[in-house]
Design a binder for this molecule. Structure first.
Ligand code: B3K
Ligand code: ZN
Length: 878
């Protein structure tokens, strides 16, 4: 199927350096709701590495040109060509000159939320990846680095706060018109246009300060809508901890006099790392115990850290081109994961990161949207801010650290910062830094960036009693993915242990050499490892800590898994052993329509639950079953979401029934009388208590439901209140509607809390949910123009309600396709993200597959689609 206007592909192989460089940019922005005037003075210089005589070609997107001057002289309209989307100067006057361009933009009409737009009346910008061209004509590519000076002018009433990147140079009322004022910001660090930001509006400031380890004071500011100042405390605390952590762990200090964060309520994603002026979705800034859950607090901590860490990995060293996106994103996700692991519980953080990886990235990698961590081609770069680039990108960095060891890794990072500071770099530059620091050849490792698909390791263990040896035969294969059928073996760091009959780790000796770090390096399609000095048949613990993002098929039996769940010294694999036991039952239950005996799993779970030495947060993770999506992915074909749901319900029921007494005790033991604290230990106790509540509510008696309603009513914090509401929402009982109504009435003026209320209802696994979602779209709190609302209601339905999105009558698909088409007219990025909910359609059983395909085709065949939606539709159907 080919559409008339199929977007053109851009290829990594075609990269050319920029023809012209821009040394300095002076922007003068006069804010106005519909006619913001932008004057840009560019100091242009011909790139010595460019083509002789090349014209100046600048990107634009929907711009209205007012005036052009060269070296301060007005230029006749015949000297250049300008359309809303491109500006060309065919005959530049010299190899170095000043180009001044005045344009007009309409921030109020900007519904795409890319470029300069308005959120709750305030002005703000989003430029990554290609939004700067919606503000002014510019070589809008990440390898053009410039020093920016930005003067902003606005009405003092309308926009008392005026912010941009860097340090504030001057500001004050205009002499000519005291009702207006201005501010000049200067950012001394050269940066690409995607890191530009500007904010103007009525905002309240929460101020703090930080002294870097070399003694440099930094003023910190978090700007929020007026009245929300009290909600920014945790974000500020997380920011200061992040700044310290980056100094201590990577030797990276902050480099400006100020660091500002602005929280806005209309934002396409989580947050943006603009130099010195991060702009955030307010969801990742605002929190009080009464409005935010423990998960929200963890999310805020992680995103604040992530954006702050970009200051070095992304901003000081940026990307040469957008194919290198994982260079900053994968690395920065790895850094924020490590920060949270240090601030909280390392094993629990790893477990939750792997859950996210498997749910989001493994399923992406197994479907039509699979692509390498560094893609070779794209039609719309906005569609490549994916779980593969971010999460798998982070796993690749983690593997590098496992292979090189902590010291080798740190040495490589130091070389990277040393050699590439101030540059727009590539993955090759990154890997070369580690090769240089450690002497290790990383050419095979580089395949992790090139080959898509989750590798499959088949592992067979065999014990030879007479020889006292244990042999592991390992084979690796990588599934075919779009455009890549033939794959080469990769380097896979496989952390392992061998448990003796007493459950303790046996010393690992390969031949005569001890395997000091416990990591096997798999480099070939087939490989065997023989461990010597093994006194009795061991149980292997494979891929400890999830050292490699791979699927494993092994000859571990149910008994082995029960043993590992009880004894493994690696907490991740204790968790994973339980997950494996549960997955086997769920797959079989979904296939056969009847659940096999859950006794071994329940036995293993009981042991974990009663182990007083274990962290409650760990128990909560270990006792939570794999999600329905994970079961679907593991089944891989002929997926019937109803059968999976039924099997999972039956298993939850069996566990709840069998461990009722234990869960009752855990609920009681984990109850805390003290006031809410968001720290990891307190959050872990709440997590276990709420998990117990969930299991108690599923047993036949009404006790759990009554308990949940009581908890809902008396809770003094959102974590417990919302957890109780989640439990109630899963049951078709009167109490569900009572609680939903009361929650709404209590929080109706708090959009971020109402999002939770929308999400919960969109995820009810009941036949009338689609009607409910339709009705909620008419609720005054809902708006298709606000990305958070759309994700909370429609996104939650499409991505988080497998039985109802995949209704056998196809009504779920049709509904989501309708919304995608409607949204595409105003916000293509949010629309295309929503359309990616179809990505696993080929794995469905035939009847649903046909329905999903029909809905996808209807989208693909619509004329006038954005490049964003067209690209996802085309690739999903390919
Ligand atoms: N770099 C931004 C993401 C921009 C997404 C543009 N569609 C946030 C982040 O990853 O930190
Ligand atoms: Zn990022």
């Amino acid at each position: 199927m080919l559409r008339d206007a199929e977007p053109q592909s851009i290829r990594l192989a075609d990269y050319q350096p920029p023809e012209w460089l821009v040394d300095t940019v002076h922007l003068d922005v006069s804010l106005h709701p519909t006619q913001t005037r932008v004057t840009s003075r560019l100091a242009l210089r011909r790139n010595p590495k460019g083509t002789a005589g090349a014209p100046v070609v600048l990107d634009g997107d929907g711009l209205t040109l007012v005036r052009v001057a060269i070296d301060d002289q007005p230029v006749a309209g015949t000297a250049y060509q300008a359309t809303p989307d491109v500006f060309t100067l065919p005959n530049p006057p010299s190899d170095s000159f000043t180009l001044e361009i005045e344009t007009l933009v309409d921030p109020t009409a900007n519904t795409q939320l890319m470029g300069l737009y308005r959120s709750s009346g305030n002005y703000c910008t989003q430029c990554e990846p290609e939004g700067f061209r919606r503000i002014t004509y510019f070589p809008d590519r990440p390898d053009v680095l410039s020093v920016y000076t930005t003067r902003i002018e606005a009405g003092r009433e309308e926009a008392p706060v005026l912010l941009s990147n860097g340090n504030l140079e001057k500001g004050g009322p205009l002499e000519s018109d005291p009702s207006r004022h201005y501010a000049v910001w200067h950012d001394p660090w050269p940066k690409p246009s995607y890191l530009f930001a500007l904010v103007g509006g009525k905002l309240a400031k929460v101020a703090d300060h930080f002294v870097t380890r070399s003694g440099k004071p930094v003023e910190l500011g978090i700007y929020v809508e007026e009245g929300k100042e009290k909600r920014a405390g945790y974000a500020m605390d997380a920011l200061k901890r992040s700044m310290r952590w980056d100094e201590e762990n990577f030797g990276r200090e902050y480099d400006l006099d100020v660091f500002n964060i602005v929280a806005v309520s209309d934002f396409n994603m989580g947050a943006m790392e603009n130099k010195g002026l991060n702009v955030f979705n307010d969801k990742y800034v605002l929190a009080t115990p009464q409005t935010a859950t423990d998960a929200d607090y963890a999310g805020i901590e992680g995103v604040i850290a992530h954006e702050y860490f970009h200051n070095w990995t992304g901003n000081r060293i940026t990307c040469r081109d957008w194919f290198q996106l994982c260079l900053k994103e994968g690395l920065t996700v790895f850094r924020d994961q490590e920060f949270s692991a240090d601030e909280r519980s390392r094993p629990v953080k790893r477990i939750s990161d792997v859950r996210v990886l498997k749910a989001a990235q493994f399923s992406e990698d197994a479907g039509p949207l699979a692509h390498p961590v560094r893609p070779q081609t794209y039609r719309e770069i906005n569609n490549f801010y994916t779980a593969t680039v971010y999460q798998k990108g982070a796993e690749v960095v983690r593997m590098l650290k496992t292979l090189l060891g902590p010291a080798g890794f740190r040495a490589g990072m130091d070389v990277y910062f040393q050699n590439h500071d101030g540059e727009a770099a590539t993955i090759e530059n990154f890997l070369t830094s580690f090769a240089e620091a450690t002497g290790r050849n990383l050419s095979q490792f580089a395949l992790w960036y090139e080959q898509a698909g989750t590798p499959l390791l088949k592992i067979q263990g065999a014990y030879d009693e007479a020889a006292g040896t244990y042999r592991l035969d390992v084979s690796q294969s990588i599934p075919a993915t779009p455009g890549q059928t033939v794959k080469q073996p990769m380097v896979i760091p496989l952390a392992i242990g061998l448990l003796g009959p007493d459950g303790k780790d046996l010393p690992l000796t390969l031949g005569n050499s001890p395997l000091e770090n416990g990591v096997l390096e798999i480099t070939q399609a087939e490989q065997s490892f023989v461990f010597t000095g093994i006194p009795a048949r061991p149980v292997p613990s494979l891929n400890r800590g999830f050292s490699a993002p791979v699927n494993i098929e092994s000859n571990l039996c149910q008994k082995d898994r029960v043993f590992l769940a009880a004894h493994d010294s690696d907490p991740f694999n204790r968790f994973d052993a339980l997950q494996g036991l549960a997955l086997d039952l769920l797959k079989e239950g979904a296939r056969a329509g009847e659940l096999p005996s859950a006794e071994p799993l329940i036995h293993a779970m009981r042991r974990i639950l009663l182990d007083h030495g274990l962290d409650p947060a760990f128990k909560a993770q270990a006792l939570a079953l794999p999600g329905e999506g994970e079961v679907a992915r593991e089944l891989g074909q002929d997926v019937d979401p109803d059968a999976i749901h039924t099997a999972r319900l039956a298993l939850r029921h069996a566990i709840g029934q069998a461990l009722e007494e234990e869960f009752r005790t855990a609920y009681k033991d984990m109850t805390c009388e003290e006031a809410f604290k968001p720290d990891a230990a307190s959050a872990g106790r709440r997590a276990l208590r709420n998990l117990a509540l969930d299991y108690l509510a599923i047993t036949a008696s009404h006790e759990g439901i009554t308990r949940a309603l009581a908890q809902f009513r008396v809770a003094d914090n959102m974590t417990d209140r919302f957890a109780a509401l989640c439990v109630l929402s899963q049951h078709d009982v009167e109490e569900r509607e009572t609680a939903l109504t009361s929650f709404h009435d209590q929080f109706q003026n708090d959009p971020l809390v109402i999002d939770k209320w929308l999400t919960l209802q969109a995820q009810i696994p009941a036949a009338n949910t689609l009607d409910r979602v339709r009705k909620l779209m008419a609720h005054p709190a809902f708006s298709l123009n606000n990305p958070n609302r759309v994700r909370a209601l429609i996104g939650a339905f499409a991505h988080g309600n497998p039985t109802q999105f995949n209704r056998p009558d196809g009504a779920g698909y049709a509904f989501v396709a309708d919304i995608v088409l409607q949204l595409d007219k105003t916000n293509p990025q949010v629309a295309s993200r929503l359309l990616s909910s179809f990505r696993s359609w080929r794995q469905l059983e035939p009847a649903r597959r046909d329905q999903a395909e029909a809905a996808l085709r209807r989208v693909a065949d619509t004329s006038g689609l954005s490049a964003d939606v067209a690209d996802i539709a085309i690739r999903s159907l390919a």
